[in-house]
Design a protein. Structure first.
Length: 360
């Protein structure tokens, strides 16, 4: 079977968790005999060369419809559906908080898409999106797709609740590459060292994390670059940070391993996470984990993680204190190895493809 993977136009220029999910799934599928190409926005694809199109990011419906409107090739969607209406609670008096309450989740996404197009940051490749809007465009995608591949049961339920469209679905949890530590020797962990890996942006909530760390006898490594539209947020984080906090620019996956191996705790107190791939990787490499319960994190970490309320600096602080007291049993590492690897994700994805292929 030959499949074309398609995601947002900035998937490699502004890499994120969806970049890892797409490339790692493609790599494992190829090892299983599936022919996978990744769409190159500089080239016009020959759709008829493929038996299936596989899209990533439901919240980018224009990027999906621009392709599906040109061909009759069946398609599936890895939804990666983040519910951005947390902005109305995160910053109730800010412009984004007020706008979210007025326009709602779909309205805000529509305004962001149009603004990026007008400012020439991202090309709008499907002009009917302008009059269809975000919500109607997403519902069109869901009605036309052969199946969706959410990363968890809770994500599946969230898509259904928000858009009311029932689709055939295959749950494909995110994963890690269990070979990531093979080339690294064991390191001594610094007992009071915390690490936070991810894009620096309001959703990841580094600002409240820094405020909590400033009041504790710990050190914090924040590894990542600011999202393109959130450079001011990075500067605010740096201004608030004490000497206990060190900022490290984004490094590739293999270079992250020594940081994970030398840290006691990985913390990601996000306002919303579908998974938190860095939390999975850190846990597999022996870090204790602190995450927000908002999103799909409980589907992955269950009772193995410490949870904190992202809106509360005190809750983040108490979660850190508790994690410092707790011993790491190693059960979470085994839980991840048993359930959340890219090989397992590819196996589930291939099952979806085979189900579709039998009906084509």
């Amino acid at each position: 079977m030959r499949v074309l993977f398609i995601s947002r136009s900035t998937i490699f220029s502004v890499p994120g968790g969806d970049t890892v999910q797409m490339t790692e799934t493609a790599k494992e599928l190829r090892e299983m005999g599936v022919m996978v190409d990744i769409f190159d926005p500089q080239k016009e694809p020959v759709y008829q060369d493929y038996e299936l199109l596989h899209f990533f990011n439901l919240t980018r419906p224009a990027d999906i419809l621009c392709h599906t409107s040109k061909c009759n090739v069946p398609f599936v969607v890895s939804t990666i559906f983040v519910e951005y209406d947390f902005y109305k609670n995160m910053s109730p008096l800010s412009k984004i908080g007020i706008a979210t309450r007025i326009f709602g989740l779909d309205g805000i996404e529509y305004l962001k898409t149009v603004a990026k197009h007008l400012l020439r940051k991202e090309k709008l490749s499907y002009l009917p999106y302008l009059w269809k809007g975000q919500r109607k465009s997403i519902k069109t995608v869901l009605k036309k797709t052969v199946a969706i591949l959410p990363n968890s049961r809770s994500e599946s339920e969230r898509v259904r609740r928000c858009y009311g469209v029932i689709c055939k679905e295959f749950i494909v949890p995110n994963g890690i590459d269990t070979r990531i530590s093979l080339t690294h020797r064991e390191m001594n962990r610094i007992e009071n060292q915390l690490i936070c890996v991810g894009q620096i942006e309001p959703r990841k909530n580094q600002l409240n994390l820094i405020s909590a760390v400033n009041e504790l006898d710990v050190t914090l490594l924040i590894i990542g670059d600011s999202a393109p539209n959130h450079k001011a947020y990075l500067e605010e984080c740096k201004q608030v940070a004490s000497h206990k906090v060190k900022f490290i620019p984004r490094v590739d996956q293999t270079q992250l391993v020594p940081y994970y191996l030398s840290s006691a705790i990985h913390i990601l107190p996000s306002w919303f996470e579908t998974t938190g791939l860095s939390s999975l990787e850190a846990a597999y490499l022996g870090c204790k984990i602190i995450v927000s319960p908002n999103g799909d994190t409980r589907d992955y970490f269950g009772d193995f993680a410490n949870y904190c309320a992202p809106q509360s600096v005190n809750s983040i602080k108490e979660a850190i204190k508790e994690a410092l007291r707790n011993e790491n049993s190693g059960e979470l590492k085994q839980h991840i190895e048993d359930n959340f690897t890219w090989k397992k994700a590819a196996e589930n994805t291939k099952m979806c493809y085979q189900s579709i292929q039998s009906k084509i």
